[in-house]
Design a protein around this ligand. Structure first.
Ligand code: ADP
Ligand code: MG
Length: 256
């Protein structure tokens, strides 16, 4: 083992005692109940846990889609939970990329226009954005689909377009919420292979998944229960854990 260099010790993300309560008809719901999380620059972290334990809420707060009830969120050394609406909008355009289970592409736009959208919204030079879009679509095996409507795509293709869109502004952090949840196993494998490739190129990723096979692509797997991180497993860097090992770790973390 070599000592981590300066770049590796840098944090892409840090949360301090992060809490989020929602008000529902049945009364307040503690969706997050004190989450302390650190993600290094370039690290790939998976978050697993049962439905309703707060995974999506956590990702929304990490990416500035919503604000916490209390606690802190730091992205690349800047505190983001205190930003107002426009500051968070800017942050979402420039510093984070989101991938959702249901792709969330704009149906009236072509593949190319969907991918370019975050670049256009961030007011980057059109030529630069088009260049990055072409590069990403090539890399994701979608170059020939550039002019197509997104409604013509298969689920796997749609999710790859969503991945290109999330990465078009070269975000410090990629957030993926059950990105393979709607895909068959082959398309899921493709998306996971792509996430690994981007991670190998230095992309920090926080991935929420139910699937131990998908989680085993990460370097670290966190288990969440009732709004808290309850366990973590570091997967060997060189030798990825097998899915059944990850499933075992997650069960160990499930508590009583
Ligand atoms: P997960 O992604 O792990 O399934 P969520 O983060 O979506 O969990 O939800 C955590 C808890 O917060 C659940 O009890 C859910 O019902 C509740 N919740 C999520 N969003 C809202 C909301 N907008 N209003 C009220 N309750 C919510
Ligand atoms: Mg969710």
């Amino acid at each position: 083992m070599t000592a981590p260099d300066e770049a590796e010790r840098e944090l892409a993300l840090r949360t301090v005692d992060l809490k989020k309560a929602y008000v529902s008809l049945a009364g307040p719901v503690k969706a997050l109940d004190g989450v302390d999380l650190e993600v290094s620059a370039g690290e790939f972290v998976a978050v697993m846990g049962p439905s309703g334990c707060g995974k999506s809420t956590l990702l929304h707060l990490l990416g500035g889609l919503d604000r916490p009830s209390s606690g802190e969120v730091w992205l690349n050394g800047s505190r983001i939970d205190t930003l107002g609406e426009s500051g968070r909008a800017m942050l979402r355009r420039r510093a984070v990329g989101f991938v959702f289970q249901s792709y969330n592409l704009v149906p009236s736009l072509t593949v190319a226009a969907n991918v370019e959208l975050p670049g256009v919204l961030a007011r980057r030079p059109r030529r630069q954005v088009a260049c990055r879009r072409a590069e990403l679509l090539e890399r994701l095996g979608l170059a020939t689909k550039s002019g197509r409507g997104v409604t013509e795509l298969s689920g796997g293709e749609a999710q790859r377009v969503a991945l290109a869109r999330a990465l078009v502004n070269d975000p410090a952090l990629l957030l993926a919420d059950e990105p393979t949840g709607n895909l068959d196993s082959r398309a899921s494998d493709e998306v996971v292979a792509l996430l690994k490739q981007f991670h190998a190129g230095g992309q920090a990723i926080v991935l929420v998944t139910h699937d131990p096979k998908v989680a085993s692509a990460a370097q670290r797997v966190l288990s969440m229960r009732d709004g808290r991180l309850v366990d973590e497993a570091r997967l060997d860097r060189g030798q990825r854990a097998r899915p059944q090992e990850v499933a075992g770790l997650v069960q160990l973390g499930s508590g009583a």
